[in-house]
Design a protein around this ligand. Sequence first.
Ligand code: 0A1
Ligand code: ZN
Length: 861
Amino acid sequence: MRTDTAPRPTLLSDYTPYNFSLDSVTLDFDLRVEATQVTTTLSVSRKAGGPMRLNGEGITLKSVSIDGQILARKDYQLTQTELVLDNVPDNCVIEIITQCNPSQNATLMGLYVSGGRFCTQCEAEGFRRITYYPDRPDVLSVFTVKITADKSKFPYLLANGNMTDNGEAPGGRHFAVWEDPFPKPCYLFALVAGDFDILEDSFTTMSGRDIPLTIYVDRGDAPRADYAMDALKRSMRWDETAFGREYDLDRFMIVAVRDFNFGAMENKGLNIFNSSLLLADGPSATDMNFERIESVVAHEYFHNWTGNRITCRDWFQLCLKEGFTVFRDQEFSADQRGAAVQRIKDVRALRARQFAEDAGPLAHPVRPSQYEKIDNFYTATIYEKGAELIRMLKTLLGADDFRKGCDYYFETLDGTAATVEQFIESFEAATDRDLSQFMLWYEQAGTPVLDVKRDSSSVTFTQSLRATPGQKTKRPMPMPIKWQVIGKDGPVSDPQMTVLNGASITVDLPNDRPDTTLSVLQDFSSPVRINSRNETGDYLRLMGGDPNSFNRWDAGQTLATKLLSTLTGAIESGRMPRVDTALRDYVSALRATLLSPDFDNNFKALTLSSPSVMTILQTRKASDPTAAALAVDWLHRAIGDRLRGDLLPLYNDLQDSGPFSPDAAAAGRRALKNASLALMGASFHPQAAPLALEQFNDATNMTDELSALVTLSQLGGRRVDQSLSRFYEKWEHNPLVIDKWFAVQAMRKLPGGIHDLSDLTEHSAYDRRNPNRVRALVGNFAMSNPHMFHNIDGTGYDFFTAQILDMDSRNPQVAARLAGAYEIWPKLDKARQALIQDQLRAIMAAGPSQNLSEIAGKILG
Ligand code: 0A1
Ligand code: ZN
């Protein structure tokens, strides 16, 4: 049982500026694996009265001095989390010496050792594990960093900014000095020391400056960083053309590490990446990996302006940097890979993760007003819904005014720690509009429902928003609605834009023709759920003839969701599913899409992919999740049966013999080919097993190899074990592929049930300390194996809880994130609700970390 007391929540309304400014900061690291000494020198000047409070956690204070005078113990207060200095002169130099043990730091926050190298992670509150410091984003300073370490073990010594000095030190050691001229908060500090392979390139900025670019990876991995380097250069150019933003330092570096709590981190000039989001080549990475790498490299790079040059006043403003930066990376990906397909993928992810969050016990506004542990707030709401708000702003203002507002924001707030209000005010000032009502989108949690009701000559849009935890009443928010009238031969009006500001609005239809269908919320113009009175025939019409690709895809998803909901209900009550006509019509529309020369392969593959179990559960009350999973299996089988004559020719047509390319066209071909194979597998097509086996054996790229393995694993039988063993032997030395090996097994119905899963945690390649590996096995099990996770005997939940608690003893952040999988419980049937509530109570009784306690406690309610 832990002894730390429950933290008092931090409140937005309690914000007060820091009472000192830090004119400069010098950090001197004497790096040693078990006892690193950090000497911190702060030049400070007082801005307001009171003591100087410095945060610190898990470090040992060696000494504090002010203007060269060592303080006696009575001159300061020291607690588990703070160093408080009472009599600090108005202008002085404070020197603090601390010690930490990076080799024992399993939290992966602060300074830790990964793969024999030193690295840091400071966002959000990791810097306090390195030294005593005002660890808050609104305290900006210029940093000079000296690193000294053993020369043979740690040949590269890196920190933010530009290297200004280096040389030999006694005892086989060496040193480097780095200066970052841009004032920054400490969460953007980074240090890396170790031995690496490097990939070098350069970029000429729009003003003609040559910037050396370096990516640091494990020995032998440099060729696998080629794609990330290419993505980096494209991102740098894109930010210049799309937002007028130029890179500022003299060099840019990226480092790959294998032990990392999240995806990647935008430290100034020295981004640190989870190696899974940096390393890729055709044989070992899937198209999805390439796509993610491109978008995360862009995301971290774009933070240089949206996050670093303009940072956040406090952590409540997290969406200011994250929502904006996600929006920017989505726009970049849309330009690189096609806007329609990108929009579909982004909305699909938003609905799966963020809508679920907004509908459950963890619902919170894009800008929350309180938190216990800020690490728990790196959520889909802050990132993905935050991006949707920026997109709406652009829709409301138009592209030109949106750009004016962005320029104004960058010009007026550069070098500051800003708020969401200041961001919105920039658009008001630049475009002379009143956007005060728009702030409600930041303040109100929950997904609004947009009700659409039409008669022959008009349409009425009405918005509503249900209460969420802590927010009983809600007010209408400005909602851009893009819509169009579609007749049986195609559109009969241009796209229209209606902005719904109040609760309801009625608009005349441009043509009051009888047999027409409304295509509403084209491009998903607001992040809402639609309650429409459209019928199956309307959706079939939209699937066939909506000129808006997003809505054409969405019509298919709506039909599939309705089918799946009916099927789930039937399976729950032991009835025979009766969906013959609807299924027939839906599959005919799918076939028309598949055979049409007008759509690209990526779009076709997305149209073939049916909604997830999570989506079905969202649309129903108190459902049996295994019934929903069976419904998905049933539908796949039915689609495969009905498309039997089409799938094999499609599969054969899409074979590709040329050299591997990760570009969108080649990836689309593979996506559609493998979707065909999966449907053949789901419907036990006689060719499915031999084709999958052949593809698995002959594959020259990971997308094909893994897709074949997944299809084989679903088909079952002896060949699965053989293929899994072969895969393991082939890739034993590539940890990123072995993560996939664990993931495939975590997501399959294992023949030995939960025992097989427990055995996997005892496998020699399983590493409980490595978040990637734990997420591969335990995370995928909870999120993507509904049959086993939700087994009514409760063994799936028992296993999961044990893994969460085990992780919590080392790494509370990752444990708390895993526990988020239990947020679905209110949507489940009574028996599962009770089982999960018991699990949550058991977690709370086990003396969890503050991170885990906040999440488990909130989910329990
Ligand atoms: N700012 C990063 C996300 C991030 C947050 C916390 C971390 O600590 C464990 C790591 C990364 C981003 O948005 O990419
Ligand atoms: Zn980010």
